[in-house]
Design a protein around this ligand. Sequence first.
Ligand SMILES: *Cc1c(COP(=O)(O)O)cnc(C)c1O
Length: 424
Amino acid sequence: MNWLERDQNSIWHPFTQLLNGFEHIMVEKAEGMYLHTPDGRKIMDAISSWWVNLHGHSHPKIAEAVAKQASNLEHVIFAGFTHSPAIELAEKLLSILPKNQSKIFYSDNGSTANEVALKMAFQYWYNKGEKKRKKVIAFEGAYHGDTFGAMSVGDRGPFSAPFSPYLFEVEFLPMPTAENHSELLNKFEKILHLGEVAAFIFEPLVLGSAGMKMYDASFLDQLIEMAQKVDVICIADEVFTGFGRTAKNFASDYLNHKPDILCLSKGLTGGTMALGVTSCTEAIMEAYKSTDIMKTFFHGHSFTANPIACAASIASFDLLVNEDTQSKIQEIGEWQTEFYHKISQHPKVQNARVLGTIFAMELKTESDTSYVNEVRHKLYPFFLERDILLRPLGNVIYILPPYIIKKEEIEKVYNAVEEMLETL
Ligand SMILES: *Cc1c(COP(=O)(O)O)cnc(C)c1O
């Protein structure tokens, strides 16, 4: 049997239809911008492998940190014990997180970071003896992960339809647009006014999975201000937007009113290992300081604060705050903005947008913009045939490179997009 057959015989891949045996591409090595296949192809990873990779694949500094950690302390139970990679990483993260953030809670991935945030917020009110606050506010189309709590506060669409009877109730607001501000503010005010809201959860400035939909920082600022006035806990899901994607360390850095809780993952380890972080303010912590055992936060995973993942994160952090990386992030932002200006008026393009290193545009088609838009089935292979990995969300094409992409490499991606517009 060849690799392909063995893969099909033994593995169930995520987000993949099982009928007709989808042919997965074998990757035997990855380095910098490129995925290498056994038949000698070099595919450029222009979406940072599902938005996780910051510094290129198999980065020597991260690899070295992982190897060193693995041979010294691979893992230890994190209840009753601690270790320096966890402490060092927590201190580093707190040094760049919004100043109101005071503690780091570790988990395994983006979904668990959001589960922890929601549970932290719910139990905050439970510990305070506040029984009325059960509601959560979230944005329509949001994506916070694939576990049940995360699904509950996310888009009620095709992905979550089979599970809808099992998801808890959420008040959904439309994503802010230039047109709906006053309507949205009214609705928000009305829900807040009931005094039953525990938390407001949002992807700050960019709804990633919804198709890189972007909205205004000043408007989100206003919503957070209103929510915090009535003590609603504001949760920023920065799993995607964190670590420079928006040209600042965090999307929350664009806000004057800082969230109470932040969720991080994806770029946290530079895209090397699975790790999640939920940070919170001192005020959230306070509600858990008690001799009453029932006020303990009973949440933890076997691999909480895995030392190897923390070591990868520390190495990635040091690369991220390096001046060269910081100026590269700005440079990528400039290239993306130039391309945005070049392409936005193209007759087949609508709603082109850019924020920091994130560029997105919609291909005009007969059907609506959505994940299930059929044109995706032409776009994905079109770019792959040119050895470029872009993974359009329906008819939304986005470019999200690691922070090491060279000018001539991103130009190759831009040229392919332009070629697609002329030929498809
Ligand atoms: C990817 C993503 C998640 C889920 O993270 P996983 O590590 O895939 O569980 C949550 N929130 C946002 C905004 C994301 O983009």
